[in-house]
Design a protein around this ligand. Structure first.
Ligand code: DCP
Ligand code: MG
Ligand code: MG
Length: 362
């Protein structure tokens, strides 16, 4: 049976959550900023709502520039842990609409693929109903909107979800795939970045239709075997990659910048303490233990260095993490004279807790 895949992407996600939390923002331009913690005027736009986008404010733009485009916009700092909580709830809704856990793949904080081949039996009208149901559920339970794309593979579903935004749904049946892709500029093809776009442009290729018609061997000679083959296939609407649940990462870590570059031990160890608190709280919520500890330092010249230690036992306690991370950090301080810019701490070799408490778990 031909597959039916849904891609769901939340609309202006961070800003939508802020609007939901504060109804007085409704109708105003809202810009969520990732301030660099050195300087409030630095930093880049994480996202903006659609009112702000009308003024030309977009993700990754310097906040300062955004401010000059619309001085009346409301600027808010990112609250990532909170958005992650909302994301987890949304993902549960999406997951419950996929055929099974293995047919669900979260690809970022606000988007996921669902394989619904079984539940719609290959019928695109049923698929659209599932898409509409997902939109309704997300709106009812989380009070934010999303856009949905449906197609015969991940590539088409992903491109379909961004076709009508916000609050849209786009269904591309297998027989409509070519017509959907053809007129688009190559940069709209999911996976094509600026560099590839420029190279294609040098070859005189501007639309996806032109790319699909281009000689495969010539593409391979320019881009290499893997990428050349992929370009030709993708432009033809072919994508066989499966929707696959990603296994939870095998590490839990946190990084942060110091207020300013420094070797001040108080500053470094108190930040390290905060980071370890976060790591341990994730370790507890995920009900895992770890067997190694890694500390990372990024120096003021941006050079990055890591030190790790493997423990004799798997543990999940704060004290053992702290003891090891501090020793590793002390080694960094002894070995180098340069100021520290960012530091990080991570635990690896995770194992699920068996429920039986060991001597090292408290
Ligand atoms: N994000 C970010 N920095 C970027 C891009 C995105 O911090 N350069 C964050 C903020 C977004 C979230 O990721 O809200 C999801 O990214 P999307 O690309 O899906 O963008 P939005 O959901 O904000 O808007 P859209 O309605 O276009 O999906
Ligand atoms: Mg989005
Ligand atoms: Mg997204």
């Amino acid at each position: 049976m031909e597959r039916v895949i849904i891609h769901v992407d939340m609309d202006y996600f961070y800003a939508a959550i802020e609007e939901r939390e504060d109804p007085s923002l409704k109708g105003k331009a809202v810009v969520v900023c990732m301030y660099s913690n050195r300087n409030e005027s630095g930093g880049a736009v994480s996202t903006s709502n659609y009112v702000a986008r009308e003024a030309g404010i977009h993700s990754a733009m310097p906040c300062k520039l955004a401010k000059s485009k619309n001085p009346d916009a409301v600027f808010l700092p990112v609250r990532k842990p909170f958005y992650e909580e909302v994301s987890a709830k949304v993902m549960e809704i999406l997951k419950s609409n996929s055929d099974m856990d293995e047919a669900f793949e979260k690809i970022s904080i606000d988007e996921a693929f669902l394989d619904i081949t079984e539940s719609c039996k290959g019928d695109y009208e049923l698929a659209e109903e599932i898409g509409l149901r997902i939109k309704k559920e997300v709106k009812a339970r989380e009070r934010i909107t999303c856009s949905v794309g449906i197609g015969p593979n991940k590539l088409i579903a992903k491109m379909a979800s961004s076709f009508r935004k916000p609050d849209g749904i786009t269904v591309i049946k297998p027989e409509d795939t070519q017509g959907f892709l053809k007129p688009m500029p190559v940069k709209k093809l999911w996976g094509i970045g600026k560099v590839t776009e420029d190279k294609l442009s040098e070859l005189g290729i501007r639309t996806i239709e032109e790319l699909a018609a281009y000689d495969a061997m010539e593409l391979i000679s320019v881009f290499g075997k893997n990428k050349g083959t992929w370009l030709k296939q993708a432009a033809s609407g072919v994508d066989e990659t499966p929707v696959k649940e990603r296994t939870a990462t095998d590490q839990i870590g946190r990084m942060a910048s110091l207020k300013h570059d420094s070797r001040n031990e108080n500053m470094i160890f108190s930040l390290l303490d905060e980071l370890m608190d976060d790591v341990i709280s994730k370790v507890k919520t995920r009900k895992v233990s770890f067997r190694s500890v890694t500390v990372t330092v990024i120096f003021s010249n941006f050079k990055t260095s890591t030190k790790s230690r493997t423990l004799n036992h798997v543990v999940s306690c704060r004290d053992i993490l702290s003891e090891n991370a501090k020793e590793l950090m002390n080694q960094f301080l002894e070995e180098s004279e340069m100021n520290f810019r960012r530091i990080g701490v991570r635990v690896d070799n995770l194992q699920e807790n068996t429920g039986q408490k060991s001597l090292f778990d408290f």
